[in-house]
Ligand binder design. Sequence first.
Ligand code: BYC
Length: 470
Amino acid sequence: MSGINYSEKIPNNVNLVGDRTLQRALEHWQPHFLDWWRGMGPADFQGADVYLRTAVSVDADGWAQYGAVKMPDYRWGIFLADAVPSRTIHFGDNIGQPVWQQVPGEHRSTLRRLIVTQGDTEPASVEQQRLLGHTCPSLYDLRNLFQVNVEEGRHLWAMVYLLHAYFGRDGREEAEELLARHSGDADKPRILSTFNEPISDWLSFYCFTYFTDRDGKYQLKSLAESAFDPLSRTCRFMLTEEAHHMFVGETGIGRVVKRTLEVMKELGTDDPAKIRAHGAVDLPLLQKYLNFWCSSSLDLFGSEISSNAAANFASGLKGRPDEASYDDHVLRDKTLDLETPKGVEKVPMLNALNEVMRESYLKDCEIGLKRWNRAIERAGQSFRLTLPSPHFRRSIGSWVGLPVTPQGKLISQDEYAKRIGEWIPTEADKAFVRSLMKRVAEPGKIAGWVAPPERGINNLPVDYEYVKLH
Ligand code: BYC
């Protein structure tokens, strides 16, 4: 089961030939996907040879094969992790019952909505990053961008497979809609807010892959627990691809910090104006980008108090990430003390699961911060990067629109409006960052605002020609 059949038009390990109707429906969608990729995918790089990894099997140790590929020839397909024999539902009100191989009628619309929401983010991120190739800081980074892009394309395939295979006609219609909505489009935007934010510079790209892809990790982990087995298996395999995306974010920001520290040492100053004049990103500016992308990504967990989250857990549709690591898998008698603008409220745990997930996500986000701060400390600098308060700049949930500082202090609307430019990038900050974004595309060369990576891809040297532009 784990081997992938690449001799078919749509590579897969789901025995697509055994279901002619489904195969035909997906082969009908395939050219629409390719049209979308050509129109909305990485602009002007479709003819480049990119050193990409492709899945050859879904086994933990050997799923990737590396080689030069033109992106439109990438073998997007349908790969599910192997089935776990006799798997049963392990949380919610139906514990112990066999998992579902088909969609139960009563959960059809909710499951479809979850799959569509997940699916919508994948092409959205490719659209957001569409123009970044023009300003790549190195060929190594360019290759990583394209690797992330093709894999997001495959994640779209994963959700489209579920829609086609299990949701009949409305599933097929939703699959078309996934290609019709576009990031930032005034009439047909993407579903979730963060995926309509422009990513027009590489600092934003690193922050997005650090914070937003990490939301992806948490949402996929919770869907991997699902009682709907095909969804669980799909998400388990997607998670193996997600790890590299977060690596791009963590090492990307780490390399920005490293370069800034070098410039600070060289100039003997921490004056942001002097650091900027030298073509590097001062640490307070980086902090503003972290504040922006972290707060935006926190919205992706939904409201603190959510009946959707309660129902999804109770019915077995969506668990907590790493559900097995908890003791209580029913949660009918538990409560959580939740900090709301009105004070601490006792909330049924089931209704607070979005918050539980957001808290574990924030802990995970801290890991990179610690690493970057260690580098800053070692360089003898006193500045420390921090995560903003989860109540800062929220557009979803109990803290919507409240004037809260990144330190979590509620202030007046007037003061907030005056000071917001201290906390998130201003137009002038963005213009400065854009001014740094100049394409560096010679093997082994790197832009002046970011340090080179410590090592190359797949044991190749850093100066390998990862993208052959012709
Ligand atoms: N923007 O009870 P609520 C990834 C909506 S990222 C706009 O508060 P719930 C990736 C919500 O849809 C992971 N709308 O929250 C990363 C609902 O609308 P309906 C993506 C929002 O339902 C990088 C209403 O508000 N995967 O993979 O418990 C690159 C009330 O909802 C937002 C998923 O999200 C928002 N930020 O949870 C590429 C997993 N937040 O349904 C890829 C699937 C909430 O009443 N999605 N709303 O019309 C879900 O599990 C849930 O839909 C959410 C929200 C976690 C998003």
